[in-house]
Design a protein around this ligand. Structure first.
Ligand code: DC
Length: 670
């Protein structure tokens, strides 16, 4: 058991977020998940093609695409990232030959159960361990009334076999619990059911299905009833004409929320977030922030595929505490963690009412919010289902380690909090962020945030500068990686090979032999930084000479001091070479060893030389590299080899960006 906990701890990926000067720029965030699912499903129900731009390519949405494909709908992803659905029309689905595995996606499961109900075939649904625990009874009930037959485990849990009917009944169904998924499942079943299918909801729930049905030209009617509930009807089996449709999936407002609050609480900040879905059933957070005094403007408002969309301009603002009414909770249920963070920066005590739902989310979110705020020095408490947060005009203390319990929204909210606290905030694990906002860290850092791995953060606040070493054979790609890392981490860069090359060059241009021991030592002693800019250093014969002189111990020791000074005296550095991790900087913060097969490196070098207009035969490049490898590996002093604690990257099959990404991941998360 203890081993298991230790193992889990080892897999945690903590990040630290430090106070920043400002957050500025223009950006967008990934597409909305609810709308992405519906674009695929409804695209399958028209006659003609639907081109989808900005689909959220997360695991859940991909499950919907796979299931629809199994049900006979041609779906493909184009090279430019758009998705093309060739609709089969209402009534056009066919039986899947295999089980429909819905992974972790409750939305895919419930909506697709509705879609296949009015068909005379059987579909088998299953999902991952967590989805198999979730109740399906709430959809099984109305879909059974329409005519589907279900065989399931206890209490309607997956796996479920659903046998549809070709005599579906149009029903009128009053939702016993507010659920957009149940409503959508019934409306989708209604599409292929002759007559009018109606759902009545007492509480408003997300209306993306209705909006998109309207966009695709289906006959959908909404009507407010006397008891203030809403009736939504769809006319089944419509006549369909061939059409061509385009959907731009707008950015997810729940993801945009983190950028918006970060901009509000960080001084001197200003951001434009493009194409955000501002469906009123999703934007309770924006309403609340505006009530608090936030400077948020909706620009270029427009309707896209039935949804209201705008660019959001937001500026740093002074906030006042507010009371958030319970009836706003459905339109911002995912946004309370980040609203609680905003409240910590607002003058006075904020109250958020009616948060019982938050206790049964991915984690007990209410307790998690209170614990994290308290750890950051903010007074917060729950009374019944209400959350109280005391804010102030000076920034909170911060300096806490926040426990996320794998909850992505807690992780993101408190990374945002760290950007404006006095001391950095650490969140214990960020792996879950990928489920909804895969490029969170990169995007925030590109706008001015300082989110880093704890190791990086601690060395940057120490007096000791950060040192990264990159060793490896010639043409392995180490130089390219070193330059990119140096730029990305704002560190100095030293190509130590150029030191040995400079020694080789001095000897060759003095008309001497690189094997001349005494001449090499003398040259090594006279090297200074000016010598390293000479373009002749890159010549192949100079590389060969460098390899020879570098085997002399006195040459190495003459250059050692220069390299060590370079590494430690400035703002920190990336150094590449052969012995940097082993001899020059054995205490470096991060060590990499980049390698690749001799053949792959020779091909690279050959192409590079051709690109420079130098004609050489491939075989001689290969022989040259082999000779240098042998000499560098076999010399008695400081032979080329990975340090015991180096991270080894084989770049044979990776391009420069992939190598950079790998190294970047190690640095962020190691
Ligand atoms: O990386 P490069 O091809 O520019 O290096 C030229 C030569 O210098 C290489 O063959 C070995 C030597 N070298 C070394 O011995 N130690 C280093 N740290 C860097 C380079």
């Amino acid at each position: 058991m203890n081993d298991k906990i230790e193992e889990q701890k080892e897999q945690l990926k903590p990040l630290v977020s430090e106070a920043i000067k400002s957050l500025r720029g223009e950006c967008t965030v990934a597409g909305d998940k609810s709308i992405s699912h519906r674009a695929l499903m409804l695209g399958s129900q028209v006659l003609g093609t639907t081109k989808i731009h900005g689909l959220l390519e997360g695991e859940d949405v991909l499950r919907t695409a796979d299931a629809l494909t199994s049900l006979g709908v041609p779906i493909k992803r184009e090279a430019d990232g758009t998705w093309l659905v060739t609709g089969v029309g209402v009534g056009g689905l066919s039986e899947s030959e295999n089980v429909l595995d819905m992974g972790n996606s409750g939305t895919s499961t419930r909506l697709l159960m509705g879609l296949v109900t009015p068909y005379n075939f059987t579909s088998f649904f299953t999902g991952d361990e967590s989805l198999r625990k979730r109740p399906m009874a709430r959809v099984i009930e109305p879909l059974s009334q329409i005519g589907a037959k279900f065989t399931s485990r206890d209490k309607g849990r997956l796996p479920v076999a659903l046998t549809g009917t070709n005599n579906p009944l149009p029903i009128t169904y009053r939702l016993p619990v507010a659920s957009a998924q149940v409503k959508s499942a019934i409306l989708l079943a209604g599409l292929n059911t002759q007559g009018i299918t109606t759902v009545i909801e007492k509480e408003p729930t997300r209306d993306h299905t209705e909006n998109m049905l309207g966009y695709f030209g289906f006959n959908i009617k909404k009507q407010h009833l006397e008891d203030s509930s809403l009736s939504i009807s769809v006319t089944g089996q419509p006549e369909q004409k061939l059409g061509q449709y385009k959907i731009f999936v707008p950015a997810d407002p729940s993801s945009a929320a983190f950028l918006i609050v970060a901009t509000i609480i960080c001084p001197d900040s200003e951001l434009l977030i493009k194409n955000v879905c501002i469906n009123p059933l999703r934007t309770g957070l924006f309403t609340s922030l505006i009530e608090m005094g936030a400077n948020i403007e909706f620009i270029n408002k427009r309707e896209i595929a039935g949804e209201l969309v705008a660019d959001i301009a937001v500026k740093h603002s002074k906030l006042m505490a507010i009371k958030v009414p319970a009836n706003r909770a459905p339109s911002m249920i995912d946004e309370y963690p980040i609203l609680a963070v905003a409240a910590a920066f607002a003058e006075g005590e904020s109250v958020m009412h009616g948060l019982s739902e938050l206790r049964v989310k991915e984690s007990d979110r209410l307790s998690a919010i209170i614990a994290a705020l308290t750890a950051c020095g903010v007074t917060a408490r729950a009374e019944g289902d209400d959350l109280y947060v005391k804010g102030g005009t000076t920034p909170p203390q911060g300096g806490a380690i926040v426990t996320t319990n794998f909850d992505h929204r807690i992780a993101m909210a408190f990374l945002v909090m760290g950007m404006a606290c006095k001391k950095p905030v650490t969140v214990d694990d960020v792996t879950a962020i990928a489920t909804s906002f895969p490029n969170f860290t990169e995007l925030f850092n590109s706008l001015g945030a300082k989110i880093r791995s704890p190791r990086l953060a601690s060395s940057s606040s120490n007096t000791r500068p950060l040192v990264v070493t990159i060793d490896g054979p010639a043409a392995s790609g180490k130089g390219t990686l070193a330059r990119r890392l140096a730029e990305h981490l704002n560190l100095e860069y030293l190509d130590t090979g150029s030191l040995y090359r400079a020694v080789g060059m001095k000897i060759i241009y003095a008309g001497k032999d690189p094997n001349d021991h005494a001449a090499a030592i003398e040259a090594a002693k006279s090297i200074d930084i000016e010598d390293l800019a000479n373009p002749r250093l890159r010549q192949e014969r100079i590389g060969q000479a460098a390899s020879i002189v570098s085997a002399f111990p006195e040459v190495r020791s003459a250059l050692l001091e220069f390299q060590r000074k370079f590494a430690t005296s400035g703002r920190g550095a990336v150094l590449d070479g052969r012995d940097i991790g082993t001899v020059v900087c054995p205490d470096a913060d991060f060590k990499f060893y980049i390698t690749a097969t001799l053949f792959a490196r020779a091909k690279r070098r050959h192409k590079e030389l051709q690109g420079q207009g130098i004609e050489v035969v491939f075989e001689s490049v290969l022989a040259d590299l082999r000779e240098r490898d042998e000499r560098d590996e076999q010399r008695a002093i400081a032979p080329m080899r990975p340090a015991d604690d180096a991270y080894i990257i084989d770049s044979s099959k990776l391009d420069a960006s992939e190598v950079f990404q790998t190294a970047q991941n190690v640095i962020m998360h190691d």
